[in-house]
Write a protein that binds this ligand. Structure first.
Ligand code: B12
Ligand code: SF4
Length: 526
């Protein structure tokens, strides 16, 4: 059977579908004669999903359907698609006012309906596509992958037809084998009804793939709606500069999906890719790496990359990324500012060095502050989002006071209006240390369904255990009531008014005592 590959990006908020673009580019480089097409449901109005998919399949008649599913979990810290799940959960569990409790319950119900609606709709779109493609090619196959499937691969397969291939992590090597008709059983995948996911499959190391600049002339020729993403000026187009993260943060799944080994995409290839987008009018880029500078030894790669961006003459761009901010030098800061970094997220999680150590995050808060000062000196004058998750492991009033002190210091450096405290409650994800910790401490039972969003499960998955759980729940409710548009800053102010602020030096010093290695007891991941 001739290979005709249709990439279907399942409905998603408008985020550039970089995953399917890279897959199609890779297959084209390996097999220039294979016919391919990209169909992005992110650009189609919801009422037209089914009809548009049918029309696309009728026209292209694929032999292989590649479904890419980006995100499933919607309980974001701020307004998600169906409202604010965190707010409703807290209203339901922590409000003392029966009317607010009721409002929370109704809000949660609305969100649950939206969430399950989306889940069933996406599963339906996969089943529908396979059935339709079989009209033209009875042997047509379906592969399902992407960020959401990587996290929930064990659950997603349960609702898909036999023969569907469920894939974890990068899909390049798997697709290559499928096109060649080779055995793919050693890839990070399983076939519904035929094989089951190997134990700890997600922890297997991804294939080592050399990444070259995506060929956007080719992508444009197989993707009709390419221009959709160019219309909005504030849109950030994804570009990958490396893959993998060597760290061990207790709640994080990136390092599992992408692997612990860092693969650097050659700087000249990354810049060649950006230049093609630049020449098409794109000025905003998001470096999609789990971490732009995962460790000190990668600083030189980033310096090389940013220098090449400048040398290529792309002087009026903006870019954003996840940055730990513990591996910066004045030279790097200078280049970051010169190349147009105008937003970054630091996920320090806590401003208490003691807790940062307990969460296995492996960095020094004092260094982060020094590097932030260097960034400011280099002329950085834009927005920094600082992610805090109170109450993760061993939080106490004194550690909260330390976080306040730390945050106020960041405000001193960048200006209070430039530092946005993003209050997250860690979403407990499968295959993380935190999940193991929850099993050990009987907070969750093995076999629980991580995709279930009844309020009782959500309350456990949004890590906020007692004794501080209800205290935080009420602080958040008060912040939503008082200043819903500046929730993060309001939470910080309320906490400071109630608990006070520690000395900065106290926040930065963590005595090493054996009992503090809380998570060490759950064992190493690999
Ligand atoms: C960068 C990033 C962002 C950036 C995106 C910026 C941009 N303009 O692109 C920002 C910060 C905006 C963001 C936001 C969110 N994100 Co995000 N994000 C990521 C991250 C770190 C990388 C994604 C990426 O682009 N990678 C690079 C590309 C090339 O890889 P890829 O898309 O994964 O595609 C590869 C593979 O997945 C695979 N593949 C893809 N499709 C298919 C299909 C088949 C058949 C096969 C075989 C393989 C395959 O091959 C591709 C090429 O190698 C991932 C985590 C991670 N490390 O993967 C989370 C991730 C995708 N995000 C996630 C989520 C939840 C979100 C949010 C919804 C968070 C929130 N609650 O607000 C938001 C909103 C997104 C939206 N749709 O509105 C989740 C999704 C899974 C889930 N838990 O539901 C992830 C996996 C992280 C996590 N915590 O689990 N995100
Ligand atoms: S939180 Fe960031 S630094 Fe930590 S493991 Fe995840 S990607 Fe790496």
């Amino acid at each position: 059977m001739e290979n005709r590959i249709l990439y279907v990006r399942l409905p998603c908020n408008p985020i550039f579908p970089i995953g399917v673009i890279y897959l199609a580019d890779h297959i084209h480089k390996q097999f220039p004669n294979v016919e391919q097409k990209i169909f992005d449901l992110g650009t189609v109005p919801p009422l037209d999903f089914a009809a548009a998919l049918d029309a696309c399949i009728d026209e292209f008649q694929p032999s292989l359907l590649v479904y890419s599913w980006r995100d499933i979990q919607i309980y974001a810290p701020v307004g998600g698609r169906g409202g604010n799940p965190l707010q409703h959960t807290f209203e339901f569990f922590y409000s003392l006012n029966p009317f607010v409790k009721m409002k929370g319950a109704i809000g949660l119900l609305k969100i649950a309906t939206g969430y399950y609606g989306e889940l069933w709709r996406n599963l339906g779109l996969i089943k529908r596509g396979v059935k339709r493609a079989k009209r033209y090619n009875p042997d047509a196959r379906v592969v399902v992958g992407g960020g959401a499937v990587s996290v929930f691969y064990e659950q997603v397969g349960k609702s898909l037809p036999n023969g569907s291939i469920i894939s974890v992590g990068e899909g390049e090597a798997l697709l290559e084998k499928l096109v060649r008709g080779q055995d793919f059983s050693d890839e990070r995948c399983y076939v519904v009804g035929e094989t089951t996911p190997r134990d700890r499959m997600i922890h297997e190391a991804p294939a080592n793939i050399e990444k070259t600049a995506c060929n956007y002339d080719y992508i444009q020729s197989i993707w009709r709606d390419f221009e959709y993403y160019f219309e909005s000026q504030d849109f950030y187009v994804g570009v990958q500069t490396k893959r993998g993260c060597p760290h061990n943060c207790c709640y994080c799944i990136y390092t599992v999906i992408e692997g612990k080994q860092v693969r650097i995409n050659p700087a000249e290839e990354v810049v060649a890719e950006m230049k093609q987008l630049y020449d098409r009018g794109i000025r905003n880029f998001w470096f999609t790496d789990a971490q732009l500078i995962p460790a000190r030894k990668y600083m030189d790669d980033v310096i090389e990359l940013l220098q090449k961006v400048l040398d290529a003459g792309m002087k009026d761009i903006h870019w954003a990324a996840y940055i730990r901010a513990d591996n910066l030098t004045p030279e790097l800061c200078d280049l970051m500012v010169k190349t147009g970094m105008n937003y970054f997220e630091i996920g320090i999680t806590s401003g208490s060095q003691e807790l940062v150590r307990k969460m296995r995050m492996g960095y020094n808060l004092r260094t982060v502050l020094e590097n932030c000062r260097d960034l400011k000196t280099a002329g950085f004058n834009d927005l920094v989002s600082v992610n805090y998750s109170f109450n993760v492991i061993d939080e106490r009033p004194e550690t909260i006071r330390q976080t306040i002190a730390y945050h106020r210091e960041l405000e001193k450096i960048f200006g209070a209006d430039k530092v946005e405290p993003a209050i997250f409650f860690i979403g407990l994800q499968p295959h993380t240390h935190l999940e193991e910790f929850a099993f050990k401490n009987q907070i969750l039972k093995p076999g629980y369904d991580p995709m279930n969003i009844t309020p009782w499960t959500v309350r456990k998955l949004l890590w906020n255990p007692e004794p501080l759980g209800s205290f935080f729940g009420r602080v958040c409710l008060q912040a939503w009531r008082q200043n819903p548009n500046d929730f993060g800053r309001e939470v910080m102010d309320i906490l400071e008014a109630r608990l006070g602020r520690a000395d900065l030096e106290e926040a930065l010093t963590a005595p090493i005592a054996p009992k503090q290695q809380v998570l060490a007891s759950v064992g190493a991941r690999k």
